[in-house]
Design a protein around this ligand. Structure first.
Ligand code: PLP
Length: 474
């Protein structure tokens, strides 16, 4: 007991701790309360440590518990610095997953960033018609471009695609039934489950067919007086292979027309470009669905469109008008920053050749293998100096599109592998994540893998430095 009390007494008071130069200096640079809280929390943590370990109290000091004000102040300073950093900040994505939902999906093109900055710093004509000075709609900045790119009559943009699906169903089919194939009842990222979104929107889901096969006659047999629509959902994060059958957009539209029903399609990813041109597997494009006759088509702004988070609905004018005047549209409306970023991204998309260069997600998707290899080789040299010849390898591998798009696409890539038994890969991965900038890599058994496809070429030097720093810290 005496050991415990004497150790507790050894802890300096908060005021004493704050006099340590490292903390005094920090308090001049950041809100004092951050430094004070960090000092209090550090002392509390040590008090706890001493109490928990009090059986072994006699050996606490021997166990390396340094209770000097200088040592505690260093810890408090590290905590305060950590707290003073913004919570949300840029990271280097070396995972090779191009549209990584947890890493913010699509990074914006420079033109989109510029557009956002412009309307952020100043007033803008978000909802005013500059010709007559009358109140306008924020949607006009987007609708023309969306119609042009998709071939649709009308368009409306909401907060995300889940909202777009919800709003489309609620506006056009509430209280009625919507028929969907069992093979298309998707769950995206855990939080979007089609059956649940449909239920919440007030429509009754009628499932037809089986998991692997659904025919036109299955839809046909399920049509009743209370049916409002036939809906097709793109299986954007999985792919049925083998003994399968589904009804094409055109066939679904033909059936809907014949029975005076709506044909709806949730595309998910919002592809506008021809995937075959870039060696990517087939994926339905927005303009194909519209051309097939779909009455409403929904998709995300931050998947293959490569823009900001948004949900886009394109289709027939009178339906879009219903959606726009739905009270809930106000709940899900987009802010001016989204309008600016999306408008700029759509403008870029008018010229496909330029767009695949300017939109980061497309630049990553279309990065030539030879270039990825050159960059990986350039980093491997200096890494070998730190990790040794055996510690660094260049592997053939594949990147993924991610974010609920092109689930089967395997994009050939070159991976830098680091085997660092001394450092232990998980430990190194942890230090990379907590560095500045944080780096996210792929952990595979004993190796840490870096895929440069998702690293901006101008970040290569920064990435190298981050890895060397993380290794030196060990
Ligand atoms: C991604 C996706 C959604 C959800 O879109 P969010 O923009 O993430 O809300 C809905 N449906 C499909 C088919 C999707 O792929």
């Amino acid at each position: 007991m005496t050991g415990l009390h004497s150790f507790l007494r050894e802890l300096p008071a908060v005021d004493r701790l704050l006099q340590e130069p490292v903390l005094a200096e920090l308090a001049g640079r950041m809100p004092r309360r951050l430094v004070l809280t960090a000092a209090q929390e550090t002392l509390q943590a040590y008090r706890q440590k001493i109490i928990c370990d009090h059986d072994k109290a006699g050996s606490l000091a021997a166990g390396g518990l340094d209770l000097s004000p200088a040592a505690l102040a260093r810890e408090a300073a590290a905590l305060a610095r950590c707290r003073a950093r913004p919570g949300l900040r840029p990271v280097i994505n070396a995972t090779g997953v191009v549209l990584h939902t947890n890493l913010g999906r699509a990074p914006l093109a420079a033109a989109a960033v510029e557009a956002v900055t412009g309307v952020m710093e100043q007033y803008c004509n978000l909802e005013i018609d500059l010709e007559d000075g009358e109140r306008g709609s924020r949607q006009v900045h987007l609708e023309g471009l969306l119609c042009d790119l998709s071939g649709a009559e009308a368009a409306v943009v909401v907060n995300n695609n889940a909202a777009a699906v919800f709003l489309a169903l609620n506006s056009c089919a509430a209280g009625k039934e919507v028929i969907v194939s069992r093979g298309e009842l998707v769950e995206i990222g855990g939080s979007f489950r089609l059956p649940e979104v449909m239920a919440a929107s007030g429509v009754r889901l009628v499932e037809v067919g089986t998991t692997n096969k659904t025919y036109r006659r299955d839809y046909e047999a399920a049509i009743k007086e209370s049916t409002a629509a036939l809906m097709k959902v793109h299986t954007s994060n999985y792919h049925l292979v083998g003994f399968t059958a589904s009804v094409s957009a055109a066939d679904l539209v033909a059936l809907a027309r014949a029975r005076n029903l709506l044909a709806l399609e949730d595309l998910g990813s919002g592809l506008l470009f021809d995937p075959a041109r870039y060696g990517l597997p087939p994926e339905p494009r927005v303009q194909d669905s519209i051309a097939a006759g779909m009455d409403l088509v929904t998709f995300s702004g931050d998947k293959l469109l490569g823009g900001p988070q948004a949900g886009i609905i394109v289709g027939r004018r009178e339906l879009v008008e219903k959606i726009r005047t739905n009270q809930l549209a106000r709940v899900m409306r987009v802010g001016k920053l989204t309008v600016a970023a999306l408008e700029a991204t759509l403008r870029l998309s008018l010229d496909e050749e330029k767009a695949v260069e300017a939109i980061p997600a497309w630049r990553a998707l279309t990065a030539p293998l030879t270039r990825l290899r050159e960059r990986a080789e350039a980093l491997a040299g200096p890494l070998k100096e730190s990790f040794g010849e055996e510690g660094v390898g260049l592997w053939e591998g594949s990147s993924r599109v991610g974010g609920g798009a092109l689930p089967t696409a395997e994009l050939p890539t070159v991976l830098i592998s680091l085997q660092a038994p001394r450092l232990e890969s998980t430990g190194l991965a942890e230090r990379l994540r907590s560095g500045e900038p944080p780096v996210l890599a792929r952990l595979q058994q004993e190796s840490l893998l870096f895929d440069l496809r998702t690293v901006y070429p101008e970040q290569d030097a920064l990435l190298l430095q981050a890895i060397l720093d993380a290794a030196a810290e060990a």
